[in-house]
Design a protein around this ligand. Structure first.
Ligand code: G6P
Length: 606
């Protein structure tokens, strides 16, 4: 949700800012801009659309300067346009911002009364004028402290000053911000991915902090101005080397990586020698837990939904799940013997983070299931369970979904065994089955060729349905979400048994319907529901698993059979064809698969 970059160097910075913006585009891509400082002047280039367009514009202007900031935007206040693109500048300063300033309307009125003139419809522009106003009577540091105090809402900021060619400012509340250390130059960025081509040495600002970045030094402060020391972290080799390789799209690569990300994640948690799941540092007595609440947004929420089935099946906990944006505003009855689990790929999703903060305020036990271990959610939770799937760049989540499910499944087994809800024998046999998952995922990826053809039909559909029962119901939701996100086709996921209560009315001749019906306890019932839609003209793609028995149904349009595995593990496999289906449908339509319209990867606003 908006990406920020800043570089202070003794060499020119604009081309490196553009390169980093390209890396940050997954955070927002409706407009882009850059500002550099050249001999006491701030020069700006901005445009609507992608960084490629910005790059062309910059080449016309021959933009010089050894200090600069850049931004890719995901519009909140004010439509995507050149005028609303960041940076936003006053006579004195230029600002890039990720987040939302909730009191911008009040601040704007006050500043207008003082004579400041606004050019854009953004909330960000108030920051530029506010800084300018405070600078009249305050030192730079006091200005920052006072301005940050005035701002309500969330932000990550980068600020450069017309009359200061030796520094820039970074600040964060809510939205993430990293700094990087280089040789006689330093950097500011929304994430380490944007900085990795320049440095492998990174620090993260904690919530409420700001920093003064000079060419040879970075100083960090709490919001009240007290200096803080920061740990410098080294980016791992994997983080430094992550790119598209031979693939055209990150999403395609990320789908294909799943057998190895599954393996990596299992290797982190499963002790193959003793055949057990290790969750180190579990800070509570598992047997004293009575309930578990799983919270997330989007795809992460769907992983919580699948986990509900596993946890209910294997443990004696009361299980509830919640969408973070709902949870945070409900009058929740917090219970001491409950564990609150926050699932988020990025670890920065504003609603999930706010839900975590709410639980912390109420002194609850909190656990984060995240991909980004340096993220806000990971930092603030009592226990962190990483999903170990490496950076995910495609806006629509794929490998992280499987990773989230995997960690939640292993957590359910661990709790179940510790609670003595399953025998040692069952526990060991479930773990043994888990070790087969990566290979079955690899085989599932090979079913690709069929989906290319099927994707063409879904791409042209007016609307379609995804149906399933039990574990397959959340997978139906996820399949529908992927198709919406990528191919912009109206798609609905439904519990197969619920069709007759309304949605059946939507079925008409030729409508594509995906039925996810592995040979589990729901199989026969789902087959009947499938016949009901076929009888009304639906074109059914059946996703099931291999079995010695023939498929008992007729008139199925297309069929995909994943491996035969323990029923509990089938959701991992049935997800893969649905990811591919969405991918090929979007490919058929020529859409930008890694950056679907109107969306962003890391949603740091409400
Ligand atoms: C956005 C992304 C989704 C993701 C959701 C939650 O909407 O486009 O792919 O599932 O945010 O993100 P998180 O980082 O919290 O998992």
């Amino acid at each position: 949700m908006c990406g920020i970059i800043g570089i202070i160097s003794s060499k020119e910075v604009s081309s490196r800012i553009v390169n980093s913006l390209k890396k940050l585009e997954y955070r927002g891509y409706d407009s882009a801009g850059i500002a550099t400082l050249v001999e006491g002047n701030i020069n700006e280039v901005k445009c609507e659309g992608r960084v490629d367009a910005l790059e062309k514009d910059i080449s016309k202007f021959n933009l010089k300067g050894d200090i600069g900031i850049g931004h890719v935007r995901w519009a909140t206040h004010g439509k995507p346009s050149k005028i609303n693109a960041h940076p936003h500048s006053s006579e004195q300063v230029s600002v890039v911002h990720n987040g939302i300033i909730e009191n911008s309307t009040i601040l704007k009125k006050l500043l207008e009364k003082k004579g400041y003139v606004f050019k854009s419809q953004t909330d960000t522009e108030v920051i530029a004028h506010l800084v300018t106003d405070y600078l009249k009577k305050n030192s730079l540091k006091d200005t920052i402290i006072k301005v940050l105090k005035k701002l309500h809402g969330s932000f990550a900021l980068g600020i450069i000053f017309k009359d200061k060619n030796d520094l820039m400012i970074g600040a964060r509340r809510g939205s993430p911000l990293a700094v990087g250390y280089g040789p006689n130059e330093n950097y500011l960025g929304s994430d380490s991915y944007a900085l990795k081509s320049m440095t492998n040495k990174i620090s993260y600002l904690d919530d409420g902090e700001f920093c003064i970045i000079k060419r040879d030094q970075i100083e960090f402060f709490q919001s009240n101005g007290i200096k803080v020391n920061k740990k410098v972290m080294n980016l791992s080799k994997e983080e430094l080397n992550y790119d598209k390789g031979d693939y055209k799209y990150f999403m395609e690569k990320e789908i294909d990586e799943q057998p190895s990300t599954i393996k990596d994640c299992i290797n982190e948690y499963v002790d193959k020698y003793n055949n057990q799941i290790n969750i180190y540092n579990f800070p509570w007595n598992i047997s004293s837990l009575k309930a578990i609440v799983l919270i997330g947004c989007g795809t992460a929420y769907h992983s919580c939904l699948v986990a509900k089935y596993w946890l209910e099946q294997n443990t004696n906990l009361d299980v509830s799940i919640d969408i973070a944006s709902e949870f945070r505003y409900r009058k929740v009855r917090f219970k001491k013997d409950s564990l609150y689990v926050f699932v988020s790929q990025s670890g920065e999703t504003a609603d999930t983070y706010a839900a975590l903060e709410l639980c912390k305020k109420n002194k609850m036990k909190t656990c984060a299931v995240v991909n980004v271990v340096e993220s806000s959610i990971a930092r603030d939770a009592d226990l962190v369970l990483p999903i170990y799937c490496g950076q995910e760049i495609g806006v629509a989540s794929t490998k992280a979904f499987l990773g989230q499910m995997l960690v939640l499944y292993m957590l359910s087994l661990k709790i179940s065994y510790d609670q003595k809800e399953i025998t040692k024998k069952t526990y060991h046999s479930k773990i043994k089955n888990l070790l087969l998952l990566s290979n079955s995922a690899k085989k599932t990826l090979k079913l690709d060729h069929k989906l290319l053809k099927i994707g063409k039909v879904f791409a042209q559909a007016k609307g379609c349905m995804f149906l399933g029962r039990g574990y397959s119901f959340p997978i139906a939701l996820e399949g529908a979400l992927k198709l919406k996100e990528l191919a912009y086709v109206h798609a609905e996921g439904y519990p197969a048994g619920e069709m007759k209560h309304g949605p059946l009315a939507l079925i008409e001749e030729g409508m594509p319907v995906v039925v996810i019906a592995p040979r589990d306890e729901h199989y026969l019932k789902t087959m009947s529901n499938m016949q009901e839609v076929i009888a009304r003209g639906a074109k059914v793609l059946l996703i099931t698993n291999k079995n010695k028995d023939e498929i008992i149904s007729e008139n199925i349009w297309e069929q995909i059979e994943v491996d035969k595995l323990n029923d509990e593990l089938i959701p991992f496999l049935t997800t893969i064809p649905l990811q591919k289906l969405a991918f090929y449908s979007a490919l058929e339509k020529g859409y930008d698969i890694d950056k679907p319209r109107n969306l962003a990867k890391s949603v740091t606003v409400e």
